[in-house]
Design a binder for this molecule. Sequence first.
Ligand code: ADP
Ligand code: ASP
Ligand code: MG
Length: 410
Amino acid sequence: MALIVKKFGGSSVATTEKILNVAKRILGEKKPEDKIVVVVSAMGDSTDNLITLAEGIDNQPYRAQYLREMDMLLTTGEQISIALLAMAFQKLGHPAISLTGSMIGMRTNSIHTKGRILGINPKRVHEELEKGNIVVVAGFQGADKFGDPVTLGRGGSDTSAVALAGALKADECEIFTDVDGVYSADPRIVKNARRMKEITYVEMLEMARLGAGVMNPRSVEMGQYFNIPIHVRSTFTNTAGTIIREDYTLEDKDFEIRGVAHDQKVAKVAVLGVDNTPGIAHTIFAALADANIDVDMIVQSIRNIEKNITDMVFTVALDDLPEAKKVVDAVAEKINAIGVLVEEDVAKVSIVGAGMLGSPGVAARMFGALAKANVNIDIISTSEISVSCLIKASQLTEAVNSIHDEFFAD
Ligand code: ADP
Ligand code: ASP
Ligand code: MG
């Protein structure tokens, strides 16, 4: 007997026909003794459509005051798909029950729209499995100590699935999506991207953190924490997919670069003409931290040596920009900055690979590939296993392809 958690993303359940196909596929693969938990996302683009609805009330629905209501709204998307999938199983003759995040005991903190899982008590899931049900769970959502719904950030159904697999001590966690695995770059942008048989948690986490949307970064952390191999595979075909695990077992480990990631949902903020004195960076970034805004690349550049003032430039997620601008405008006034500039026409392109440790030429090759594509670099940042460049959004496709060609030519 195996306990298997299977997660199906929005495109996999975009229509009722697709939902019926998902149910058919699961029943076709299920051995009689298997216990199956299915985690699902909202149908197709319905989460985006719910956000558009909220924009009809206020064109900046991610303001702090609305976040609880945004969660109330966004959790309805998954509630629709779980009900329909449970009905599909029943229609095909197998008992099934749908459960929301709060019903599966998914406890979160109260940071609305960016919730973190504090713990899962899946008693109800076990009870329903014992009764012979296929348990269909709403991804992306939990409940806080008040019982209020909290979502886990965009793409958070992956996290729900892996965390639930960990809490249930599942034998397998499969992530079904519209691609047949993890590729060396987004196959929608790089036509000759290569599918990987395996990738380590560490490299996948870095790829995901830097924008490779095939997996949510938090879900990869969960996989590593519970040491559960995650199998990323296609909803629509039967190909083998990619296993995310602690270490490589099959492939040659001698690659410097594992993949190229990109992120278009970023924005640049520049606080101009701030005093070059101790405490200024703290004042700016503490205010952003208090508003739960993650800051990514940071550059402090010298503007005027004689006057000893600098510009503080950094990037945030595009969704956070309105709130970040509000926070930074208030701080800028307090610290007498000359002004605040924001730029949305930016994107981040990154190379990722544990093999670049101790390979000094890798960053230079990336910059060379960007130069070849005539792409100017605005900001550079590095970690032990990645190099990222902020560039103009309009040049993203050329940039990603040129870098991919440089490292994956043959
Ligand atoms: P789901 O709705 O199933 O969660 P997502 O849209 O979140 O699906 O993730 C799948 C998409 O991730 C793919 O369609 C692909 O365009 C994108 N993607 C980005 N980077 C990669 C990569 N390195 N490998 C595979 N897919 C990637
Ligand atoms: N429906 C949510 C989103 O679109 C969660 C998910 O799909 O993983 O972000
Ligand atoms: Mg996803």
